[in-house]
Structure formats: structure tokens, C-alpha cells
Design a protein around this ligand. Structure first.
Ligand SMILES: [Zn+2]
Length: 350
């Protein structure tokens, strides 16, 4: 990992006009990224990611049919196929839908958010968009707002938190959704409950009627295994890329380019997670936080430009491997996931 907040101009205080200069860095980088956007085709901007999601849906019919097989390797292949498709739809799909990246149309953006987050992801679209886009992205690593503390469960021991508890994500997610409906109108609450039930019941019905499951327990267990297949890396990725990095006070949040370059970290490319979670959650998380309107493929396309620009301007471009982060979180679990993080002040650039 390179760069640390302590390295940033603690040696003297800000020069005159430095704040303005830093502000223009973000504007300059934005102009460069927008130029790449304008020069990109529809396929690059949206088509490729929509096709990956389409392929995930198309792999569901063969997955249900394979699950009807009494031949164990075929059955396991069906399980794997459904688990991978489910991860792509509920992680990559819900994430892109929450940012409105799947369409230009306002109505379609709303439709995809409800479809992916509620029907497929068993969560509330309203709570998902508020929590992820309006809090986590707007207040990245700001104490008590977008600091990823929602992922912390200090009462759990590290091994349970890191490797066992994530398996309960498919069960916990709809229950958490219910607790987030308090401020919503009755119509919204009813819609969310109906959409979540529709998603869960559709998979159950298909397992019984297409895959030929004979017992309720068998079908429910199959749903749990498929839905929990990527839960462990899902929890890991959510904490690895923010927790342990500088946390800011809401009163002294640095300018956006500093906030994102200090508070976000990229993991290396990973064949399986690139497809299922998307580049914006794996190797292009910094790019995603700087430009949340970009699709996964566009984040990957602007990555060389962004990393070169930040390095040239002597701003951090934080990267670390999955295993290195896992080791860090395992050995410093108490410090990172139980105790409150110290507040960082970037001297001279507030
Ligand atoms: Zn996001």
C-alpha cells in the first residue's frame, strides 16, 4: 500500500490558494474521465455489463435443470452455476442498479433498482440506495455516516465473523430489510415485502416444479447454499476496501479527491470476482468512488488514466492483495473491527 495521510503536507501548512488548486485536481480528472466516456461506445459504457447480467439470467434455466439430475456431478454443477449466477445478479446487478448505471431512463433506473435489489437481492431498494449511494458514497469513511461500521459485529469472535457468520447473509438480509422500512409509507413497505417474497418464492417454486425437489427442507437448503456461496468474499470485500484506512470527522471532511484516495483501496483483479461482483467492487474501487456513475467496464477502462493521474499528483493510489488484507484483519481484528477507529486529519488540505 502506498501513501498515508501523515505524509500529506504536515511539513508546513497550506500554501496560498492550495485548496483551490486541489479542488481543480478533481475537476481536471473529471474532465479527462468524461472525455473517455464520450469517446466510448454504448457497448463499452453499458452493453458489456448488461450482457454479463443477461448471461447470469440465461444460465438459470440450465442450472434448474441440472439440479433435477440424480447424477451427483451434474447436480453439483447446477448448484455452482446457480450460485455464480446468483452472486452476479445480487452483487454486481444490485450494485450497478443502486447507482442507476444500467439505463439512461429515469423510469428504467427505478425499475431495475426495485427488480435487482428487492426481487433478486431480498432487500429494500429505498434502504439500499440510501445506505449505499447517499451515505456510503457521499460520506466515504466519515465517522458515523459512511464509515462501513454497519459491517461491524464486535460481539462476534474473528473466526466466526470472517468465515462462519457470512453464511447467514441470505437469511439476515430480508430481516434487516424489514427493520429499514420504518420511515417508509405503507405502500412502499407493502411493495418491498411483496417483491422480496416474489423473489424468494419464485426460486423455491422452480426448485420444486422444475428441479423436482421433493421436500421443503431440501429446496430451502439448496436456496441457502446457492445464495450463501459468495457470502464470505462479499463480507470480506466490503470491509477490506475501507476499514483500517483513514476515517474523517464530519466537521473536517477533506475535499473529495483526498477523501476518496485516502479512504478507498483496490484489490487485484480476480477472474471469478470480476464477473460476479464487478470491477467497481474489486480492482477499480478507487475509480468507482471517484466516479460512481461509471459502469464496471468503464471503471476498468479509466483505471490506467486515474492511477497515472493520482500518482503524478502525488496522491495515494491504495492497493493491496486479498490475502494480505485477510491476514491483516485476522491479526488486527480487535483494532480494526471492534475498537472505534481514530480520526484522521489531513493537515493542510481540509
Ligand atoms: Zn457503489
Amino acid at each position: 500500500m502506498q501513501g498515508s495521510p501523515d505524509q500529506s503536507r504536515e511539513d508546513g501548512g497550506p500554501r496560498a490558494g492550495e485548496a483551490e488548486e486541489r479542488e481543480t485536481l478533481m475537476m481536471e480528472l473529471t474532465r479527462m474521465v468524461q472525455k473517455v466516456m464520450k469517446e466510448s461506445s454504448w457497448w463499452e459504457r453499458r452493453g458489456l455489463d448488461c450482457s454479463i447480467l443477461g448471461a447470469a439470467f440465461l444460465s438459470l434455466p440450465p442450472a434448474f435443470l441440472l439440479l433435477s439430475s440424480s447424477h451427483l456431478p451434474h447436480f453439483l454443477l447446477g448448484m455452482l452455476l446457480m450460485g455464480v449466477a446468483h452472486a452476479a445478479i445480487t452483487v454486481k446487478g444490485t450494485h450497478l442498479a443502486s447507482h442507476g448505471t444500467l439505463s439512461d431512463s429515469k423510469v428504467l433506473k427505478k425499475f431495475w433498482a426495485v427488480f435487482f435489489i428487492e426481487v433478486c437481492g431480498s432487500f429494500s431498494a429505498h434502504a439500499g440506495v440510501t445506505g449505499h449511494v447517499k451515505m456510503h458514497h457521499a460520506y466515504t469513511n466519515v465517522m458515523g455516516l459512511g464509515d462501513s461500521s454497519v459491517w461491524k459485529v464486535p460481539s462476534l469472535p474473528r473466526t466466526i465473523y470472517l468465515f462462519v457468520a457470512p453464511l447467514a447473509v441470505p437469511v439476515v438480509t430480508p430481516l434487516v430489510a424489514l427493520t429499514h422500512l420504518d420511515g417508509c409509507s405503507l405502500v412502499w413497505r407493502l411493495r418491498t415485502v411483496l417483491m422480496v417474497v416474489l423473489g424468494l418464492y419464485s426460486q423455491y417454486w422452480l426448485l420444486i416444479n422444475v428441479s423436482g425437489f421433493r421436500s421443503v427442507h431440501g429446496a430451502l437448503l439448496c436456496m441457502l447454499v446457492c445464495r450463501a456461496m459468495f457470502s464470505v468474499p462479499f463480507i470480506h470485500v466490503n470491509i477490506f476496501q475501507h476499514v483500517g484506512l483513514p476515517v474523517f470527522s464530519v466537521k473536517k471532511t477533506p475535499k473529495r479527491i483526498y477523501q476518496m484516495t485516502h479512504g478507498v483501496l483496490n484489490l487485484p483483479r480476480n477472474f471469478l470476482l470480476d464477473w460476479t461482483f464487478g470491477h467497481s467492487l474489486i480492482s477499480c474501487h478507487v475509480e468507482h468512488h471517484l466516479f460512481p456513475f461509471l459502469s464496471d467496464n468503464m471503471c476498468l477502462k479509466v483505471k490506467p488514466l486515474v492511477s497515472r493521474y493520482l500518482t503524478q499528483k502525488k496522491l495515494p493510489y491504495q492497493e493491496d492483495t486479498y490475502l494480505s488484507r485477510l491476514r491483516l484483519f485476522f491479526h488486527k481484528y480487535q483494532e480494526l473491527m471492534v475498537l472505534a477507529p481514530p480520526i484522521t486529519e489531513l493537515v493542510g488540505v481540509q
